[in-house]
Design a protein around this ligand. Structure first.
Ligand code: GDP
Ligand code: MG
Length: 212
């Protein structure tokens, strides 16, 4: 897959603003500061398509980006301690609505920091994706922060943690672009599977249908 000219489409603050386009929507989820926006920029080959931040917990919107054959949705990060209880509850309600309807999203990239064991919030998110039977791949971010040996070891540890096969975890670095080609290849497979099996495929075996 070659990506050229990815563009920002719009932001959604509430369910009435969710896009329901003809193209498949692939969502990028993960805790605040894990590297969601940087991951999107890496795929786009642009530095500032999605706004990145050193201050976690800033993005409270779903930001949509047009990647040609598909749309990427940059979701608000979870697990930021300083967010008020009310805001967390609102976030939960918006996410529930987003994921409860396949017209909103077809595939999920679940981002976790390669350096750390997944958090309770990561586990909740993944359980949630299982509940709705979304096909997804784990993206282990910030791979430049550990040694090359550790990239392999940590990726395997994350796969073990979530009880998925090793190929379901792709290590990336938005600094060195490690993993970019692997994700682009995966995108080809994902899009082929989505068009073969349909975006509203039955939810009982959705996970097996893509990513292989
Ligand atoms: N070293 C390194 N830093 C990264 C990487 N990805 C993101 N960051 C940094 O982590 C911080 C949060 O990144 P951002 O993409 O805004 O995270 P988001 O909150 O999940 O969207 C920023 O300071 C980024 O520069 C990476 O692959 N390597
Ligand atoms: Mg972000």
């Amino acid at each position: 897959m070659i990506i050229k000219n990815a563009t920002f489409i719009t932001s959604a603050a509430s369910p009435s603003q969710f896009l329901r386009p003809e193209k498949p929507v692939l969502a990028v989820v993960g805790k605040s500061n894990v590297g969601k926006s940087s991951f999107i920029n890496m795929l786009a080959g642009q530095k500032k398509l999605a706004r990145t931040s050193d201050t976690p917990g800033r993005t409270r919107l779903i930001n949509y980006f047009d990647f040609g054959d598909f749309i990427l949705a940059d979701l608000p990060g979870y697990g930021y301690a300083k967010v008020s209880k009310e805001e967390k509850e609102k976030w939960g309600r918006v996410m529930e609505k987003f994921f409860s309807d396949r017209a909103n999203v077809s595939y999920v990239f679940s981002l976790v920091d390669i350096r750390h064991d997944p958090t309770a919030d990561d586990v909740s998110m993944v359980n949630y994706l299982h509940r709705f039977a979304y096909p997804f791949t784990f993206i282990a971010t910030k791979a430049d922060k550990v040694s090359r040996m550790a990239v392999r070891e940590r990726s395997k540890a994350i796969a073990r943690f979530f009880r998925v096969t090793d190929d379901k975890v792709v290590a990336v670095s938005s600094e060195t672009r490690l993993g970019k080609e692997e994700v682009l290849t995966l995108l080809d497979t994902v899009l082929t599977n989505l068009s073969l099996y349909g975006r509203e495929a039955s939810t009982d075996d959705g996970e097996e249908e893509t990513g292989e």
